[in-house]
Write a protein that binds this ligand. Structure first.
Ligand code: PLP
Length: 375
């Protein structure tokens, strides 16, 4: 077959190989540029939340781009980070851990843990090295994100006051953290959390050394790209206004770091007379997240030769390949009038929560990740 492993663009690869299974196209340069952008614009430590996409090539490129820390949620994710970097900081920010998971994290010299309950603080015992930090995760009833992370984790501000005192008393470096919810496009959500963090610190009488402002930064799914710089400026403004002794900042983007560096190509298996489309990928594959989050309309339609179809758009029902009737993209998808069987749909901005959660249900699923120079 094809000996080449590097292609200019997805269009070139599609035209030359006409892939039968769905393909993820990865542009390392786009990832490195995004990591550098975070590093340049965010005034604090930038870490990466692995769960959005733990592919080894993602982690290696982030390390090469100078990323100094990772947010991990399990011992397996610690191993994945260590395969890419022997020295990067580990922030174990899944606030619920079994005792074996705690032991694995301690053995790996986790730099920072988050807790949202006294029982979890007790599981952690005493600090095992001087830099070891515990950040208290709190939640607010704040809107602005696509779905609410506070529904599962986070202490109330009152509980956080008690926890922060207990963290300092246990000899750990005290910190505070929150996650405004994924695909959060409103800078005000961060500002509200930051004000609440300062109030928790005041009431506890404990000055946090660091404030972790979470992930949640929105990716580009429709319309104009979200304004990351505006969010960072608001974070800076809010921190300086709310805190007397300004803590150093940490952020832990997942989605916003990796969404843009992957595009997903799915092939059109059939077009029905009523305009309904059947693709070779669906909600059990790369589109798993689409039921829970706004769909993306950043789609181009390519002929099997890789030429762009330019017919007027028409709304269509789009099904995935499995025999499960739930396997359907939510909402109608606007696609060109002249789309045909054998065409490819290329979805931009597909790097987050796609490969990481795709299944092989019914014998389908993404088979290949192809490296390209640009998307
Ligand atoms: C998932 C997660 C993130 C990343 O969230 P995104 O919305 O992908 O940026 C960051 N921090 C924690 C604790 C998480 O669980």
């Amino acid at each position: 077959m094809f000996e080449r492993t590097l292609f200019e663009t997805p269009q070139e690869h599609i035209g030359l190989t006409r892939p039968e299974a769905p393909v993820m196209y990865f542009a390392p340069k786009v990832l490195r540029q995004q990591a550098e952008r975070f590093g340049r614009l965010f005034r604090g430590q930038v870490t990466y939340a692995l769960k959005a996409n733990p592919a080894p090539e993602v982690l290696e490129n982030l390390v090469a781009a100078g990323l100094s820390g990772f947010d991990v949620a399990s011992p397996e994710e610690i191993l994945q980070v260590r395969a890419a970097s022997a020295t990067a900081d580990l922030h174990y920010n899944n606030p619920v851990r079994s005792r074996r998971e705690v032991a694995a994290g301690k053995a790996a010299r986790v730099r920072s843990w988050s807790v949202d309950d006294l029982s979890e603080l007790h599981k952690l015992g005493a600090p095992s090295h001087a830099a070891e930090e515990i950040s208290v995760r709190f939640k607010l009833p704040v809107k602005g994100a696509h779905y609410d992370f506070g529904a599962k984790f986070g202490a109330t501000p009152e509980e956080a006051v008690t926890l922060l005192r207990a963290v300092a008393a246990a000899g750990y470096r005290p910190a505070l953290t929150f996650h405004p919810g994924t695909q959060c496009s409103s800078p005000e959500a961060w500002a509200q959390y930051i004000e609440a963090a300062a109030e928790i610190a005041r009431q506890a009488g404990v000055a946090p050394e660091r404030l972790n402002v979470g992930g949640g930064f929105a990716s580009h799914r429709s319309g104009a790209a979200p304004d990351l710089e505006r969010v960072f400026k608001e974070i800076d403004r809010a921190v300086h206004q709310a805190f007397g002794a300004v803590p150093s900042l940490v952020c832990e983007p997942g989605r916003a770091m990796v969404a843009e560096c992957f595009s997903l190509a799915a092939c059109v298996k059939a077009v029905r007379r009523d305009g309904t489309l059947f693709l070779n990928d669906g909600i059990y594959g790369g589109f798993a997240e689409w039921r829970d989050i706004s769909p993306s309309d950043r789609i181009i339609c390519l002929s099997p030769e890789g030429a762009v179809r330019s017919g007027a758009n028409r709304n269509r029902t789009v099904f995935g390949p499995t025999c499960d009737s739930l396997d359907r993209l939510p909402d109608a998808v606007a696609l060109p009038e002249d789309v045909q069987e054998g065409d490819y749909l290329l979805f931009a901005g597909m790097g987050a929560y796609s490969l990481a959660i795709a299944t092989r249900f019914n014998g389908y699923g993404i088979r290949d990740v192809v490296t390209v120079k640009r998307l």
